[in-house]
Write a protein of this length. Structure first.
Length: 92
């Protein structure tokens, strides 16, 4: 069985759309596959904290989302910002 690290085209499309929205300083974009309105990372940084809704581009590592272990966050160290740190996120 051949293993591949190729990223599905749908994910690549979303990342490209997200990147374009960020470059245009937009807070949202429309997911072309679902027609849902999606918040960009910029919108989350402006909010200043994790809302707890498992948002796709959450820079806070889902810090206010309960995980399977009963704690909060993903625990993977991938948070790009600290939830509630308005001073720090303002510099981003």
């Amino acid at each position: 069985i051949k293993k591949t690290t190729e990223v599905p085209a749908a994910i690549m499309d979303i990342e490209e759309i997200h990147r374009d929205a960020i470059l245009q300083k937009q807070s949202t974009y429309i997911d072309p596959h679902t027609d849902f309105t999606v918040f960009t990372e910029l919108a989350h940084l402006k909010r200043g904290k994790c809302c707890g809704n498992k948002c796709r581009h959450c820079p806070y590592g889902w810090s206010n989302v309960r995980n399977a272990a009963g704690g909060f966050g993903t625990g993977d160290g991938n948070a790009r910002a600290t939830s509630g740190d308005r001073e720090g996120t303002g510099r981003l």
